[in-house]
Design a protein around this ligand. Structure first.
Ligand SMILES: [Zn+2]
Ligand SMILES: [Zn+2]
Length: 293
């Protein structure tokens, strides 16, 4: 049986290069695949492999100083969702471009149960997606504000444009929680009084409460591309194929490498349109060599 785990923890790493080599050797020996980022501010990773090896890997991480209480989000998978193991050193786990901002004074952690209660009780709150626009497009929480961000560094401007909500209950969310630690910390710094961050991110919420307040698919950073947690038809899609307008949460990057735009596109159209966004892109000679589906 195979498992995929996703984890992050902000905790000081003294020697990122050394830890990188250590992790890479370990993962290769255990036949694990995935991506891990190491920064002086912590670790962030998505790793898949045989269950027994994944369990050992979790213990391995927990033996690292400062990472004893790392939380792992887990999913059973039918096939490996990464084909190689990459470990990279980064300056920051997520780059918000605000020097000196730490996640230490982030928003209050809100459990999935509490968020459900917020919705069910009709509480007056604002919910904001801190992910990029291409992620929000294919799925988001009910009534959420989806800023059109191309990358996380735009959060600074978004946050400043949200000043009207300073006295309101504001819930931030992202895939697993890593971006909200900083996004919510910045809101607190701006003087927002009642800031929450969804604990465990969308990943944890949709596992516990599918078919409730999450609408559409969830963008994932592995070979699956998108996860569809809902079975109720009306909650399956928030987006439509840009070629044929059929509801879908599948997406591709245009295979014309000079274009490369991310477009929501059903699987049928992807094949029919040669994995391109337009006729002119099909004609381009600079095509992505690998058809990945
Ligand atoms: Zn289509
Ligand atoms: Zn194109």
């Amino acid at each position: 049986m195979l498992k995929l785990i996703s984890f992050y923890k902000y905790s000081e790493v003294q020697n990122p290069e050394e830890i990188k080599n250590h992790l890479l050797t370990y993962c290769n020996n255990q036949n694990l695949k995935g991506k891990i980022y190491v920064a002086t501010e912590g670790l962030n990773g998505n790793v898949c492999g045989e269950v027994a090896n994944i369990e050992l890997f979790k213990e391995f991480i927990k033996k690292m100083l400062g990472f004893e209480d790392t939380l792992f989000k887990e999913d059973e998978i039918d096939a490996l969702v990464f084909s190689a193991m990459h470990v990279r050193v980064k300056n920051e786990l997520v780059n918000l471009g605000i020097p000196g901002l730490t996640n230490k004074h982030g928003g209050t952690r809100l459990s999935p149960e509490k968020l459900l209660e917020f919705y069910e009780s009709g509480k007056d709150f604002v919910i904001i997606d801190t992910r990029n626009s291409y992620e929000s497009k294919i799925g988001h929480f009910k009534n959420s504000i989806n800023p059109e961000m191309k990358n996380f560094r735009e959060w600074k401007n978004v946050a400043e444009s949200l000043q009207d909500y300073k006295d309101k209950a504001v819930v931030t969310y992202c895939t697993g929680g890593i971006r909200c630690e900083k996004a919510s910390a910045y809101l607190v710094e701006l003087g927002f009084k009642n800031v929450y961050q969804l604990d465990g991110g969308i990943l944890t919420f949709i596992k516990k409460f599918p078919d409730t307040y999450w609408q559409g698919g969830m963008f994932v950073f592995d070979g699956r591309k998108v996860v569809n947690p809902n079975s109720k038809e009306e909650l399956k899609y928030t987006s439509t194929c840009e070629h044929c307008a059929k509801p879908t949460s599948y997406y591709i990057n245009c295979h014309n490498l000079d274009c490369d735009i991310l477009l929501v596109c059903c699987k049928e159209c992807a094949i029919e349109k040669n994995y391109c966004c337009s006729e002119s892109c099909v004609q381009s000679s600079n095509q992505r060599s690998k058809i990945y589906e």
